[in-house]
Design a protein around this ligand. Sequence first.
Ligand code: GH3
Ligand code: MG
Ligand code: MG
Length: 358
Amino acid sequence: MDKKKKGDKEKKEKKGTENLASLRDPAFPYEIADKMISGEEKDDSDTRLLIIDDDEGLRSLLRDLLVEAGYTVDTASCGEEALKMIRVSTYDLVVTDLRMKGMHGFKVIKEVKSIDPGVDVIVITGYSSVSSAVESMKAGATDYITKPFNSDHIKMVVDKNMERRQFQRLASEREFYKALSNIDGLTELYNYRYFHQYLQMELEREKRYKRPFSLIMLDIDNFKEYNDRYGHPVGDLVLKNLATILRKTTRGSDVICRYGGEEFAVILPETSKQEAAIFCERIRKAVKNNKPRDLKGGSIGNIRVTVGLASFPKDADNKDELIEKTDKALYQGKEAGKNCTFLYGAKEKYTKSKKKTS
Ligand code: GH3
Ligand code: MG
Ligand code: MG
């Protein structure tokens, strides 16, 4: 608990003013990372278009036009054929006629969007009524062009759609990297930076709604000795293992962070001090009863944690004070013999039988 270092680091952080709502769900960054790793995210370099039209002349005219514009283009002569293709290949854009043999264009649009909601659909049709344009948009189309069409107009609409998609993709990549920078590399919990941002946001929120919330900090007991005895890699494994225990013991709305080396913080929204105290004990016991294993599955010594707790607004009404008081409670827990929960303001370590805690 090197307070000076943490204080300096904290000063460098910007106050949590950015909108973190999308990052509230702790699963968020992992879900995106999984997608990226599994290759579900599309490759920018390959832009594929599918043209659906029952008029062969028009189909090849459109294809030649868009191939010349630099796109990879496939064609289908009816909705049914197109849907088969969409089921097996990924397209960025579908250009479809409305009045065709077999399935009508409105149905095609709906089916295309239900197979791949991410694909954009442009309608090119001989119908020039407002109602068919509206119907197409309702079905999920993004643009509507009437025949006879002008080549430059088609190219412009397709380019504009592709450009918009590219922007969306870049924006989601930026979001991905931003999310990654909020994650601790070893435990994959939120990091120190995110902790400060989130705590500030939570404080403002609970102040506005006049609701309590709690902050707990926990630190592994005698971890230095543990590392010395079993080695640093085993120590790392224990930290990861502790992160898993924390994820399993907490609720989805709780925010778990790695605060520093072997110190963790959990923000418990809308949780009073009394409720949080019970929760601290649950975590402490889960850690105590856990049987850590080394990389080969062999049993290694148990670990213990000391937990400190302070709550808003009971103990503090601003971020720094809340952190300071939680940290103080943790320190008192260490002083009181470790492997315990200590509530800020209490005279001794927390035991369930005590009704009045601070
Ligand atoms: P206390 O019960 O008072 O908390 O004692 P302690 O030994 O746990 O605390 P101390 O602050 O003296 O030592 C912390 C140890 O945590 C020292 C450091 O090697 C270890 N540690 C910090 N970060 C990591 C890490 O990422 N991996 C491993 N394996 N060990 C770490
Ligand atoms: Mg420590
Ligand atoms: Mg420690």
